[in-house]
Ligand binder design. Structure first.
Ligand SMILES: [Zn+2]
Length: 332
């Protein structure tokens, strides 16, 4: 008799006896629950599943998809390490020192050191300012973090916006591929629940949980005694960055010209370019029709760094492989 079954019988035997012979079915039910929920039994079932012909043949069938998935995961890591996801982080940035700490009591200093955030742009302010900032985030962000309405700032916001949007799309693409692999193999529920990490190891997929490092700005009020605190957080995600871009455009006189208006890159424009190009790479011709999980990116034909504008004439759809090759060429 296998050891787990023996253990289960040891538990279920007395249970059934206590319940009385009339409750034999109940005892049997308890026995089944005990067997299935037992970690040792589960571990044996897991080993049998991963060794099964069913699983190994499916694993072989998705091998090329896994290889492609791993290549895109590597590319996502590349985008993450190359991009700078901070305003003012580029050489043209005009406001590198955005964070201001107005309250420098020892209590608050200690607290600030404990708050380990990626972008600790914190403004300590009155309760009124903290509340107003949540009602009008763009206005208060610009006012209290000295975001100037000029061309360099707009270019900087567009750069961060572009890097974040590119990373968001690549991360979404990887998640889509993982969902697809999961659906193709369709492991039993207990594998998905208890052995998810081992499942991905078994099929050889590199999981790289890459979070998009959205810049965060914080308005913080703390009462004198430190008992009451309120915070407004502004996360520079795509909608906020687009709102900030268009606010800057409204404020910059030159940009009120048709040329300035057209120069704004938005998610809407990215979608427009992809649709215009039939969701196909303009270099190698591969398309979403041929490869459903194809990662497509929008490329400036003349790079922004050389004065290229975000106008439809200067934008094209490229697949991630061609865009990476082009990027390497431009740097070289
Ligand atoms: Zn291509």
């Amino acid at each position: 008799m296998p050891k787990p079954l023996f253990i289960a019988l040891l538990i279920a035997g007395p249970t059934a006896t206590i319940a009385g012979s009339g409750s034999f079915l109940l005892g049997l039910f308890v026995l089944l629950v005990v067997i299935v929920a037992n970690p040792i039994v589960r571990s044996i079932r897991k080993a049998r599943y991963f060794a099964s012909e069913h699983f190994t043949s499916l694993r072989a069938a998705v091998a090329s998809l896994v290889a492609e998935h791993n290549a895109v995961v590597g590319y996502v890591a590349e985008i993450r390490s190359q991009g700078s996801f901070e305003l003012g982080a580029s050489s043209t940035g005009q406001f590198a020192h955005l964070a201001t700490f107005q309250n420098d009591s020892s209590w608050n200093n200690r607290r600030d050191r404990n708050v380990a955030e990626y972008a600790p742009h914190v403004h300590n302010a009155s309760l009124q300012v903290v509340r107003n900032a949540s009602a009008e985030p763009i206005k208060y962000l610009m006012k209290y973090f000295s975001v100037r309405a000029d061309q360099d700032t707009l270019a900087d916001v567009q750069r961060v916006s572009g890097d974040i949007s590119r990373l968001e799309e690549a991360v979404m693409n990887v998640r889509g591929r993982e969902a697809d692999l999961m659906a193709r193999i369709a492991p039993p529920a207990f594998i998905q629940k208890h052995y998810s990490t081992e499942f991905w190891e078994q099929i050889g997929a590199h999981l790289s949980p890459i979070a998009v490092p959205y810049p965060q700005y914080k308005f913080q009020y703390t009462s004198a005694g430190g008992n009451s605190a309120q915070t407004t957080r502004i996360r520079l995600d795509t909608p906020t960055l687009e709102a900030l871009s268009s606010t800057l455009v409204d404020k910059i006189r030159w940009a009120k010209s048709a040329a300035g208006q057209r120069a704004l890159m938005t998610n809407g424009l990215r979608t427009f370019i992809k649709t215009r190009d039939n969701y196909a790479c303009q270099y190698c011709g591969i398309s979403v029709a041929a490869e459903p999980h194809l990662l497509l990116e929008i490329d400036h034909i003349l790079p922004v760094s050389r004065g290229g504008l975000s106008t439809p004439e200067n934008l094209q759809t490229l697949c991630w492989r061609c865009n990476r090759t082009k990027g390497a060429r431009v740097i070289a």
